[in-house]
Every structure is written in C-alpha cells, then in structure tokens.
Design a protein around this ligand. Structure first.
Ligand code: GMT
Length: 379
C-alpha cells in the first residue's frame, strides 16, 4: 500500500504513535509518506520506504494567523497525486482531520478518490475538540472520515457521547516497541541515583496541567517519609518551572531530580521501581505502557483509558484523581516488600507484552485494507 500519515512531529503521544506505526508499516514493505510541519522526532533513520514531506506556510503581512490548515490540505492533494496514495491516516483530529477532508473534496472534483482514517488520541476529543470553537468542524470531519479509530474503549465512549457521530469507531489500542522498551542492564546508573539502595520512583510527561505533576511530588513526599526513595522527573513543559522552584524550597529537594527532556527514556525506566501517573484525564497513557514494558509497575489515576492499561491490583494500582493519600498508600504497598515488588514488575511486563507493536500494527494494516475496499465499492 501507499500510505499517507498526517501527524504532529513532536515527542507527544500522538506523534510517537503515528511515527512508530509508519516505521513499522515501512518495514513490512509499504511505502509511507509522512506529512507534517517538521520532521517527526522519531523518524530518525533512512529507509527506502519512508518519505517526509514538509508543509510550509507562506507568510503575508495580512495573516495574523498563518493558514496552516490550507497549506496542509494543499500538500495532501499534491502528495496523494504524486505518490499515488491509497489511503490517508490522520492522527489527532485537530486540524488534521479537517485538512484531510478538504483535500479529499478537492481531489474528488479531479476524479481521484482517497479514503481517510482518523485516529483520535484523547485531548483532540476530551479537552480541545469539545470546545465550541472547534466542535462543529470536528463533528463534520469525523463524519466525513471513511474510518475512525480510538486508542481506548474509554475514548470511544467519550467520542460517542460528546459528538453526533453516525459511524462505528474501531478501537485499536496504542502499542510499545518491546525491543526498544525493555529493561536494560543499567546498574551503574542505578547506583549513582540511589547509592544506598533507595527505591526509584519515575514520572515522565510534557508537564502540562492535565498531568497534575504537583500530585507526583505530593505522593513522593509521603513515600519518602516511610521508606528511602528517590524521584526522577523526566520531560519538560509549562508546569515544570514552578514545581521545580517549590521543590527546591522544600526538604525533599535533594531526593528529587528534574532531568528535562530525554531521548533514551527506556534507560531511565530501566532503573525504576514505580511509575506515577496522576493525570486528570488520559485517553490511554502511553508513558505508563512504556514504563510497564521496562518492568516498572504503575500507580495512576482511574480516569479515561488508564484502567484498561494499568490493571488495578495487578500491574499497579489506580486511584481517584487528586487522592494523593491513596496513591501514596498504594505505592508503599508495592515498594515496601521485595517479593511484592517483584510480582508487580513481572505482571507489568506481561501486560505490556500484549501491546507489542508486532501485535497491534497488523490491526491497522487490516483496517486500512477494509476501508480501502469499502471506499472502492462506494465509487
Ligand atoms: O498527553 C498529552 O498531552 C499528549 C497527547 C498527544 O496527543 O500527543 O497524548 C494523548 O495521546 C496519547 C497517544 O495516543 C495517549 O497515550 C495519551 O493518553 C493522550 N493524552 C491525554 O488523553 C491527556
């Protein structure tokens, strides 16, 4: 197949999923064309099956808001024709689904039929998409996509209840590359971070409000009152500055390290004993899955798709949003006892194995075929 993938190029979850999926499709012999405003961060090697097309938005003094969506639609039209694409797969509805539907309409007038699959990732529905500023166009774009997928059952339910959606939504969960995300022998690193055998707690995110990073520190504060522990905060974003400043003023300062953005997250996860994800909402929680793949149990909230990924009492525990006492108590239950910790670690790995990219990528492949067949029949 000749596949067009439209995505954000950033390290955020939807961009990672889109790029890793495209890479996997490329390794199976499909030709994959990424269309974005920047080179996708995880598109980091050359392959004869992978192509990147940059969307450039020309500037003009009149433009207070440069029309990215029109530039994207035009680029899609160009690539569908020049690369003879069979299907467009857009990740994150805003503005990608709307741009793809516009391109589809332009192409239709030229006698070219291109099916669109839109994959919903979470905030495009739960936070941004439901905003009245975007809702009518998102609604239209979803209803004019040939196929729509959601990354969890929870996101499917949210989409159905928030939008007047007429078609079925297929749930295809996120995935992890188990070869990359596996526990690495990093004993020297562990010794440097926790020289006295302290338990290592990890959090990774983009430090947006929705991640409730204050709760990470609040939970850790309670953990380290009971057992020797260290906290590694990985990533960067708007909430980091204040949190780091507050942390520096408090007594737990020397036990908390803010590491910033890191490429080799799997190496940090490899020394972790517990992953904290106290998010306000999370359609899936890819970062939690990556932690589990590195044998790190998770204490998370019970919102959105998190309970589908983090099985309460098995791969970790889930708590109500903001209930830091409960999260701390559950964390200690896991961390206090070596045998209990070992059991949770092994369960986490087993759960992650079920989401290996090798198992999930074929689900997308057969969905592509199904949508292409359906749209050919409709011509
Ligand atoms: O969580 C973010 O802020 C990034 C966002 C994205 O689209 O890049 O993540 C969303 O998509 C991920 C991949 O499908 C999911 O694993 C995350 O749970 C989801 N985030 C939220 O729902 C808050």
């Amino acid at each position: 197949m000749n596949i067009g993938i439209i995505c954000y190029p950033t390290y955020g979850g939807s961009g990672v999923v889109a790029t890793e999926l495209g890479k996997s499709m490329g390794s199976k012999g499909h030709k994959v064309h990424f269309i974005s405003y920047d080179q996708p961060a995880r598109l980091d090697f050359f392959s004869e099956n992978l192509f990147y097309h940059e969307v450039n938005v020309s500037q003009y003094p009149l433009f207070k808001y440069p029309p990215y969506e029109i530039a994207l639609s035009s680029k899609i039209v160009e690539i569908v024709k020049s690369a003879d694409l069979d299907i467009l797969h857009v990740h994150y509805a805003i503005p990608h689904a709307a741009a793809a539907v516009m391109a589809k309409n332009v192409l239709k007038e030229q006698g070219i039929h291109i099916p669109i699959i839109t994959t919903l990732h979470g905030t495009d529905i739960t936070l941004v998409g439901r905003d009245a500023t975007y809702e009518p166009v998102i609604n239209y774009s979803l209803n004019h996509s040939d196929g729509v997928t959601a990354v969890s059952e929870s996101l499917k339910r949210d989409t159905t209840s928030l939008f007047q959606f007429q078609n079925d939504i297929k749930v295809i969960p996120n995935f992890v590359d188990i070869e990359r995300f596996s526990k690495k022998p990093k004993e020297h690193f562990k010794l440097a971070v926790a020289p006295n055998g302290e338990r290592i707690v990890v959090h990774t995110s983009n430090f947006r409000k929705v991640k409730r990073v204050d709760d990470v520190v609040a939970v850790f504060k309670r953990i380290q009152e009971q057992i020797p522990a260290r906290l590694l905060m990985v990533g960067d974003g708007p909430e980091r500055v204040n949190l780091e400043r507050e942390c520096r003023k408090s007594a737990i300062c020397e036990k908390v390290s803010f590491l910033g953005k890191q490429d080799a997250v799997e190496e940090i996860l490899s020394i972790g004993d517990l992953f904290l994800m106290p998010s306000e909402t999370e359609s899936f929680g890819l970062a939690a899955l990556e932690a589990m793949a590195c044998e790190v149990p998770v204490v998370s909230t019970n919102t959105g798709g998190l309970p589908e990924v983090n099985i309460d009492g098995v791969t970790g525990f889930t708590s109500n949003v903001g209930d830091v006492e409960h999260m701390a108590a559950r964390s200690l239950e896991i961390l206090k006892d070596d045998a209990v910790l070992a059991r949770f670690k092994s369960n986490a790995l087993q759960q992650a194995n079920a989401y290996d990219i090798g198992k999930i990528c074929p689900l997308y492949e057969s969905y592509y075929e199904q949508i292409i067949d359906k749209s050919l029949q409709a011509i």
